[in-house]
Ligand binder design. Structure first.
Ligand code: TXD
Length: 312
């Protein structure tokens, strides 16, 4: 039986995630949105491309969660994207409502699913999904670090004129302006970039990485990035469904790791068929640790803004 992948939100990121997963043959895809006809139309268009590409995945679009029942993976992209001048945090209240509603419905019909959060503000939305589902942290995590690292890798490759394939980059922390790109652990063909690129240029790369999402928002004027984010999600879906035990930077719920408690923060985790198999802890210098703690504090500030709910 083929895997079932539900993608909630058929906007820019969601449609691209659906198409990537289908093209990569990762499973059958259900694309959900509130807009009537739109997910159905996009799904049909994608399905009609399958004979050309030669992939066997079935893709359907829907407005009903009953079609998502029994999903192996739920990717959550529904929500508002940023407009120029908005921070990811400005999206908090509206997207919190959307996440609680969508994830609540989807998880009810797929109690064993693994949830990959994409909606911003990412780390806070992961926590919203964890709370609304009650799923263990092994099955609720978020995509951000792969994207942030991919941006840093692109800038490193541009700087040195080398293949992106030779680059490796490491970004920790929340998916926001306080993210922590780690030059010391970023390499080209195994050589730390600090040995290949002058310090001021490394700093410039780090700064551009931190502002990478905003750079695209400012250019597009309506909406935010989706090609790179969608492929980053597909890499996670592939790592999980193909049980690759791959180590990827993702937003994970920390319970003591890195000295952080009960918060989603971006760290390297190992992904396999059961979801998060482990959190990889690396040594940090005092400065790096301070930056990570600061980033975690920014995530906590958002969580503290969640409306308090009366106990059920
Ligand atoms: O690194 C990351 N995690 C991110 C996050 C990278 C890129 C984009 N990131 C965030 O993903 C972004 O800030 C947004 O919060 C989401 C989705 O971005 P996208 O660019 O796909 O936004 P769109 O194109 O506006 O699509 C959102 C869709 C749109 O079709 C709406 O109709 C739908 O979400 N939507 C809903 N679907 C189902 N149910 C409800 N309630 C709903 N509300 C909106």
């Amino acid at each position: 039986m083929r895997n079932k992948i539900t993608v909630i939100g058929a906007g820019h990121v969601g449609e691209s995630v659906a198409f990537n997963c289908a093209r990569m043959g990762l499973g059958d895809v259900v694309l959900v949105d509130v807009v009537e006809g739109m997910p159905q139309g996009k799904a049909l268009d994608m399905f009609e491309s399958s004979p050309v590409e030669g992939f066997d995945s079935n893709i359907i679009g829907t407005n009903f969660y009953s079609d998502t029942e029994g999903s192996d993976i739920i990717v959550m992209t529904a929500g508002l994207p940023r407009k120029p001048g908005m921070s990811r945090d400005d999206l908090l209240y509206k997207n919190l409502e959307i996440v609680e509603d969508c994830i609540g419905h989807a998880a009810a019909g797929s109690p064993d699913a693994i949830i990959i959060m994409v909606t911003n503000p990412l780390d806070a939305m992961c926590e919203a999904a964890r709370r609304v589902t009650g799923f263990p942290r092994e099955r609720v995590f978020g995509m951000a670090g792969i994207l942030d690292s991919a941006r840093m890798r692109s800038f490193i490759a541009l700087e040195l004129g080398v293949s992106v394939k030779d680059t490796h980059a490491f970004v920790l922390g929340g998916h926001g302006d306080t993210m922590v790109p780690l030059a010391r652990y970023s390499t080209v063909a195994g050589i730390p970039i600090t040995k290949l690129i002058p310090e001021d240029r490394v700093e410039a790369i780090i700064e551009r990485t931190r502002k990478g999402g905003g750079e695209i928002v400012a250019l597009l004027k309506t909406g935010s990035a989706y090609y790179a984010p969608a492929l980053a999600v597909a890499e996670m879906v592939d790592a999980i469904l193909n049980d690759r035990h791959k180590i990827l930077p993702c937003a994970a719920f920390l319970q003591g790791e890195y000295g952080i408690n009960d918060l989603y923060v971006g760290v390297p985790i190992q992904l396999g068929r059961k979801g998060m198999e482990k959190i990889v802890e690396i040594d940090l210098t005092d400065d790096e640790n301070e930056a990570l703690q600061k980033s975690a504090a920014a995530v906590k500030e958002l969580i503290d803004l969640f409306p308090q709910k009366a106990p059920a």
